[in-house]
Write a protein that binds this ligand. Structure first.
Ligand code: PLP
Length: 399
């Protein structure tokens, strides 16, 4: 049967609590035990169902984690204080000193910096590859490789990862496939397509209100338990626990994610089609000429569309900057990093969220200095937004 992530979340939360329509926040860092032996058993991991300390689990964090596990159809999930915490904790839990990672070269700049610079502290080697070139992924695997890492839809080039094929390549060599699904919640279900671990920046579409930073690791129960093991769990020991008050607000927002994703997708497709017709260089996976379009169609949960992320290549940084400033003056959206907000957000990737990538890498992967990345908002009147875009394009001498 077709997987419906929206139904999975809805079913879970409506059954799980009675009384208030939203679960109550447990505003406690620590929890009492009925007896000393139970406390020891919880520490040893032999007693389930008890709360120990909120760096480990808190009831509200559990509600949100359960919703995310339902969304991604994984056995379990653990929420973190940021998307970067989710990524770094998952990677450090899987890899030891001397291990090796095959990693997509088009990824969020923070992840890129972590992979290429920070992991040197642990003597973990990373080979960057174009993960859409499956042969180069296969080729990069070494005897000490532990994982293949990619973004489902990559930041900022919006390439589509062939998750089933990457899973097959990884699993044939006994490796884990870790997928960042930040750009494509609901529309893609990487775990159903073969990913072992799915990470998210909840900061973006999932929360949707740009009022907090948060993340999640969705995986098997065994993997989540390993993350919070009191002796060796990366998350338990590095401590990026999410504040339960924040979890409560994210959980409320997650229940409108299906509607928001549909509207982001509808608006982005409309903008992409029309701007393309005007002769602009548009990248949007919903356009038939996008190289990953057919692949995305074969993997996606169709009703949520092709997502809210689109880019325009204006070739030069100067053009990109003046165009963004003009759009902001017309209240089309905000010149800001991040994504998944009700308002359109735009940034010049090479000079912002991908600025961690050296100029040669940007050039190699085809990241133009004039690329403007858009997270298209929830505008009710997208035709009017298009008119404002056209005005800015004319005023800036682009049209
Ligand atoms: N993954 C992707 C694809 C991102 O775009 C970002 C941030 O922009 C992150 C992860 C990091 O998330 P956070 O800012 O919540 O730490």
């Amino acid at each position: 049967m077709k997987f419906d992530p929206a139904r999975a979340i809805n079913t879970l939360t409506s059954q799980d609590h009675f009384g208030g329509v939203n679960p109550s926040i447990t505003d406690s860092s620590t929890f009492t035990f009925s007896g000393a032996k139970v406390m020891l058993d919880v520490f040893e991991g032999t007693q389930e169902g008890c709360f120990l300390y909120s760096r480990h689990w808190n009831p509200m964090n559990r509600y949100l984690s359960d919703a995310l596990a339902a969304l991604e159809d994984t056995e379990s999930a653990w929420v973190t204080a940021s998307g970067m915490a989710a990524i770094t904790n998952a990677v450090l839990q899987i890899c030891d000193t001397g291990d090796h990672i095959v990693c997509s070269r088009t990824i969020y700049g923070g992840t890129f910096a972590f992979m290429t610079t920070y992991l040197r502290k642990f003597k973990i080697d990373v080979t960057l590859v174009d993960t859409t070139d499956l042969e180069s992924v296969r080729h990069a695997i070494r005897p000490n490789t532990k994982m293949v890492y990619t973004e489902a839809i990559t930041n900022p080039l919006l390439q589509v990862s062939d998750i089933p094929a990457l899973a097959e390549i990884a699993h044939a060599k006994g490796l884990l496939l870790v997928v960042d699904n930040t750009f494509s919640p609901m529309m893609l279900s990487p775990a159903k397509l073969g990913a072992d671990v799915v990470v998210h920046s909840l900061t973006k579409f999932i929360n949707g209100s740009s009022d907090c930073i948060a993340g999640a690791i969705c995986a098997s129960k065994a993997f989540v338990e390993s993350l919070i093991d009191v002796h060796s769990g990366t998350s338990m020991l590095l401590g990026p626990a999410l504040d339960p008050v924040r979890s409560a607000s994210i959980l409320k927002n997650i229940h409108t994610l299906h509607l928001r994703m549909k509207q982001h997708s509808r608006n982005a497709l409309f903008m992409a089609q029309n701007l393309k017709e005007m002769g602009l260089i548009i990248t949007y996976p919903g356009l038939p000429e996008h190289p990953g379009h057919e692949l995305l169609k074969s993997m996606m949960n169709e009703e949520f569309g092709f997502g809210g992320m689109m880019s325009i290549d204006l070739k030069t940084t100067d053009k990109a900057w003046s165009f963004m400033e003009s759009l902001q003056r017309k209240h089309v959206g905000y010149l800001a990093v991040s994504l998944g907000f009700y308002k359109t957000l735009f940034s010049n990737s090479g000079n912002s969220t991908s600025s961690e990538l050296p100029a040669e890498t940007q050039a190699e992967m085809g990241l133009s200095p004039g690329l403007v990345r858009f997270s298209i908002g929830l505008d009710n009147d997208i035709e009017h937004t298009l008119e404002l875009f056209k005005e800015s394009l004319r005023e800036e001498g682009i049209l």
